[in-house]
Design a protein around this ligand. Structure first.
Ligand code: ARG
Length: 458
């Protein structure tokens, strides 16, 4: 007999039962379901809607079920559809009549909303810690490699030298904004939906602020129909996740390139790479590739839930049961990706010398040469043209700019003097870029110090 079986004359079709059930995945919200029910029963007793005796029976029974689930001794059943009815049915089997009073003034619609809000809130807290850990690993690596200079790229062509730490701290900044996004998601998740009933509120004198207080929610929904039927906090979480994965995926792409024999900029630790079953020499950056690949799957879940929600009339419709698998999958993916990346950044080795060799054999200092002429009075456009010619000359001669003699240079412009070679030095190129957010060492040091403050506040 189903908990809702009163008006039915036939058993549910087996396929329907399976298709309809969500226990296979929503069982992971058992702690939230039980906690929410304990708060509900406590409030019902405080309001005199159920007796204290019934409440005590319910609370003891629920705690018992919690322990059984924790120990893996609880058998979930598809016939009972979801976590809510699995728990409630088992409770009633165990304690009898009092169990049947638990659902007074409550619907599964506000119950599932409550459980999911609590679940997302819990996961926001763990994702926040993992994200802050990743940021800390980034600042630490930035400090460790504070002297390393690398080619900075635009269009995937060498552009200007930058500090390796500056490049890393760009990701730190992206993740700081992700963190702000997450704290917004927290704000719209930290709203208590219980008491909305099926959609219209209930006829019992519930104390909703009391339930909110018991469950540590900051506020209540203003409208019961909204409370049971919106999933915007889940969508927001997935938007946050999609953005974060996009950032991680870009970093992955760079790590993949940098660890190739063509770049040789970094080497990832053996513990974070895998080998090939046929090519003995291989060490593959699988984790980076997987993070890049799983980003697509996270976007997919976001699109899935947005699309699922877009045509749903008020209030609760069963479509909404489809909010969970994508959400859970995104949470699992994100937590793994963040934890592994934190370890991977801590364990990577940076090939300082090779980056320098690359820089000493290319034209990343060409802008600096043009700036040198412009600072001596030549209009920048003309300076640009002079250096363009110099580059062309070097390409023909198989040289780079810093190898040109003063005589060669002075034939191109009389403004060149002895000190030009100092200005073409890679170190000078970096240290001269002293704008607020530029790549000069002082700017990066400021970013790192500010970064630690950001992490402390997070
Ligand atoms: N398993 C359902 C869900 O995830 C719970 C709510 C069902 N409510 C209902 N009236 N069928 O959305």
């Amino acid at each position: 007999m189903k908990l809702w079986g009163g008006r039915f004359t036939k058993a549910t079709d087996r396929n329907v039962e399976e298709f309809n059930s969500s226990i296979q995945f929503d069982c992971r919200m058992y702690a939230e379901d039980i906690c929410g029910s304990i708060a509900h029963a406590t409030m019902l007793a405080k309001q005199g809607i159920i007796s204290d005796f019934d409440k005590e029976q319910i609370v003891a029974g629920l705690k018992n079920i919690y322990e059984q689930i924790e120990k893996g001794e609880f058998e979930f059943s598809i016939e009972l559809e979801d976590i809510h009815m699995n728990v409630e049915k088992r409770l009633t089997d165990a304690i009898g009549e009092a169990g049947g009073r638990l659902h007074t003034g409550r619907s599964r619609n506000d119950q599932v909303a409550l459980d999911t809000h609590m679940y997302v809130r819990k996961e926001i807290a763990s994702v926040a810690v993992l994200l802050a850990n990743l940021q800390e690993a980034i600042v630490k690596a930035a400090e460790k490699y504070s002297d390393t200079i690398m080619p900075g790229y635009t269009h995937m062509q060498r552009a200007q030298p930058v500090l390796f730490s500056h490049h890393l701290m760009a990701y730190f900044s992206m993740f700081s904004r992700d963190f702000k996004h997450l704290s917004y998601v927290w704000d719209i998740t930290d709203i208590m939906p219980l008491g909305a009933g099926a959609l219209a509120g209930t006829t019992y004198p519930l104390d909703q602020p009391y339930v909110a207080e018991l469950l540590n929610f900051s506020t209540l929904y203003d409208n019961s129909m909204d409370a049971v039927s919106d999933r915007d906090y889940i969508i927001s979480f997935l938007e946050f996740a999609a953005n974060l994965m996009m950032h991680l995926s870009r970093l992955s792409e760079e790590f993949i390139l940098w660890s190739s024999s063509e770049f040789k900029f970094i080497e990832l630790d053996d513990a974070h790479c895998t080998g090939s079953s046929i090519m003995p020499q291989k060490k593959n950056p699988d984790i980076c590739e997987l993070v890049r690949g799983k980003t697509g799957r996270v976007y997919g879940h976001l699109m899935g839930i947005l699309t699922m929600m877009k045509g749903i009339p008020m209030a609760y419709d069963k479509d909404m049961q489809e909010d969970k698998e994508g959400l859970f999958d995104v949470i699992d993916t994100l937590k793994f990706a963040l934890a592994i990346y934190t370890a991977m950044i801590g364990g990577m080795k940076v090939n300082d010398r090779h980056m320098r060799e690359v820089l000493e054999n290319d034209f990343s200092n060409a802008t600096d040469m043009a700036d040198y002429l412009a600072k001596k009075g030549l209009p920048f456009r003309e300076a640009h043209a002079v250096v363009g010619k110099a580059v062309q000359y070097c390409l023909q001669q198989g040289k780079v700019l810093q190898q040109l003699t003063l005589q060669e240079l002075q034939e191109m412009s009389a403004l060149f003097s002895e000190d030009i070679h100092h200005y073409l030095d890679i170190e000078t190129c970096v240290s001269q870029r002293q704008t607020y957010n530029g790549t000069a060492p002082a700017s990066v040091a400021r970013q790192c110090t500010a970064g630690y403050n950001v992490i402390d506040n997070e």
